[in-house]
Design a protein around this ligand. Structure first.
Ligand code: MN
Length: 138
């Protein structure tokens, strides 16, 4: 599927998250900024959606059923079509070393869970170049 570059579409974020509550929180925060949010609930779904949609940014949960976020990241980095998409890991605070593992797998950054709205928006803004600034960070 080719992106229609002539349309003034807003930035698109793929949120890879198997937990409904975590996803809803992240989607609410990003949606309020006018960002287009799509969800993948499994690693397999994430690989498919990233290739089809070429999102502007991927937020990647590490602990997923099936292939985990680290392996999904490695596979995205190995494919030319998805290699350049920025990936920010969502790491569990209790999992010591998740941040280093995420960077080693190819993630560009990480956010510790539970997600702080301000840190999430600051991080997204850093990778999207100000798209999240439009309505002011709450
Ligand atoms: Mn999870």
């Amino acid at each position: 599927m080719r992106r229609r570059r002539s349309l003034p579409v807003s930035k698109r974020i793929l949120v890879v998250e198997d937990n409904d509550v975590n996803y809803s929180l992240v989607a609410f925060i990003l949606g309020k900024q006018g960002l287009q949010v799509r969800r993948a609930a499994t690693g397999e779904e994430a690989l498919r959606q990233a290739a089809e949609d070429e999102p502007d940014l991927i937020l990647m949960d590490i602990q997923l059923p099936g292939i985990d976020g680290l392996e999904v990241t490695r596979r995205l980095r190995a494919r030319p079509a998805t290699r350049a998409i920025p990936i920010v890991a969502l790491t569990a605070f209790a999992m010591v070393g998740d941040d280093e593992r995420a960077l080693a797998a190819g993630c560009d950054g990480y956010i510790a869970k539970p997600v702080s709205p301000r840190i999430l928006l600051d991080t997204v803004q850093r990778f999207l170049g100000g798209a999240a600034e439009e309505h002011g960070a709450a």
